[in-house]
Design a protein. Structure first.
Length: 131
C-alpha cells in the first residue's frame, strides 16, 4: 500500500538553481520549481538567507544557507530565467562584507619648504581672484 508521503515524493520535481528576473526589475537568485497554486501554474523560488563567518583558519569561508525566503510568481510576470549552480546562488546572496578601515601611517618625511620671497611665480600684490 502506497502512503501519501510516498506519492508526494514520487510526483515532486527536483529544484533547479536559477536566477529569475521578474518584470525585468526584480531579480532573485535561488532554487526554483514549477508548482500549482490557486488553480494556476506558478514559479516557486526559494531564496537562501546566507551567512559567512570568517575565522582565523578560513578568512574567506564558504557561504552557508541558514534559512529560506519563498516567493511565488505567475508565468506572465517572468521576464528571464537563467540556470546556474548552487555555489553561485549562495555567493550572490551572501551579505555584503564591509572593507576594512585603512588608516594611513603618519608621514615620516619633512613637509615641503614654504615658498621663499624670491619665487617669481607668487604675486605678493594679488588681492585674490578677479572675476
Amino acid at each position: 500500500m502506497e502512503t501519501v508521503a510516498e506519492t508526494v515524493q514520487a510526483d515532486e520535481q527536483p529544484f533547479e538553481w536559477m536566477l529569475v528576473e521578474i518584470f525585468g526589475h526584480r531579480t532573485h537568485w535561488g532554487r526554483g520549481i514549477e508548482v500549482e497554486r490557486f488553480g494556476a501554474k506558478m514559479l516557486r523560488i526559494d531564496v537562501p538567507q546566507v551567512e559567512c563567518t570568517p575565522t582565523e583558519e578560513k578568512p574567506a569561508p564558504e557561504p552557508i544557507a541558514t534559512g529560506w525566503v519563498t516567493h511565488f510568481y505567475g508565468g506572465a510576470s517572468i521576464f528571464s530565467n537563467t540556470l546556474t549552480d548552487e555555489r553561485t546562488v549562495l555567493v550572490r546572496n551572501a551579505p555584503y562584507a564591509k572593507p576594512a578601515l585603512y588608516l594611513a601611517p603618519p608621514d615620516e618625511e619633512e613637509p615641503p619648504p614654504a615658498p621663499s620671497d624670491d619665487d617669481p611665480f607668487i604675486d605678493r600684490d594679488d588681492d585674490g581672484p578677479r572675476w
